[in-house]
Design a protein. Structure first.
Length: 249
């Protein structure tokens, strides 16, 4: 059973955390989508960097509305059993639609930022025309299509670009300015594979700036796990680059 855009947003909205001044000033907004491990302590740092750049920021929890905890997400989402990129793309579309309704947000200047699984979902959404029922797991994806015209930028942090990622074979139908962060020692992809995907996106007409960060997957997450090692200095550089990117878009 699929949700309408409004129903999906109604489920997500209570689990969206807003950052920025509590005022009625219309500001551009960054919407942040976590990786397969769920909400982690590095996301508020990026939200704060966006606020310091003059933007509002919104962190979206895709798991709480589904009643999933971290153990479940690590076991079933990180392994690809549940909530793959094309399905979670519906969360991205519905959230863009919902945030665009806010009177304190400039709906024509939105940036989406995603980490690993979050970037996978965002990139898959870029391949979808949203002109038929069922796309992105939504009954009426057309409802969100106009709101997506306001997305002027994407921040892709060590995105999953392996088997099942639609951007490997399908062109993007939207072309926002994109910052693509590749982790040199990412255990989920080689630099060459990631570059191939981003080069393909660029050939579709998307302006893509690639930064190859000299670290592992999730280098910016303070709680490193297994092959993922936190690098504080690289994290600060990543935050700086987000602020610079927002200045350009």
């Amino acid at each position: 059973m699929t949700d309408t855009v409004q129903q999906r947003w109604a489920r997500l909205e209570p689990h969206v955390t807003a950052y920025g001044p509590v005022d009625g000033v219309v500001r551009p907004a960054v919407i942040l989508f976590h990786g397969c491990g769920g909400l982690r302590p590095h996301l508020p740092m990026y939200a704060q960097a966006a606020v310091e750049a003059g933007w509002r920021a919104f962190i979206v929890d895709s798991y709480a509305p589904r009643g999933w905890d971290r153990n479940m997400s690590l076991t079933l989402v990180c392994t690809g059993v549940l909530l793959r990129g094309p399905e979670r793309a519906g969360d991205v579309a519905a959230t863009v639609w919902g945030i665009a309704q806010r009177p304190d947000v400039d709906a024509g200047k939105l940036v989406l930022a995603g980490w690993s699984h979050g970037s996978w979902s965002m990139m898959d959404l870029m391949t979808m025309r949203l002109d038929r029922s069922g796309e992105a797991g939504l009954a009426d994806p057309q409802t969100a299509r106009a709101a997506l015209d306001g997305v002027v930028g994407l921040g892709l942090y060590y995105p999953y670009v392996g088997p099942g990622a639609l951007s490997r074979t399908r062109p993007w139908v939207r072309h926002p300015q994109t910052l693509a962060v590749i982790a040199r020692d990412d255990h989920l992809t080689s630099v060459g594979n990631a570059r191939n995907v981003h080069d393909r996106v660029a050939r579709d007409g998307t302006p893509v700036e690639v930064w190859i960060a000299n670290g592992t997957h999730a280098f910016d997450e303070p709680t490193g796990l297994g092959p993922m090692q936190h690098d504080p200095e690289l994290t600060q550089e990543s935050l700086r680059r987000l602020g610079a990117f927002l200045g350009r878009v």
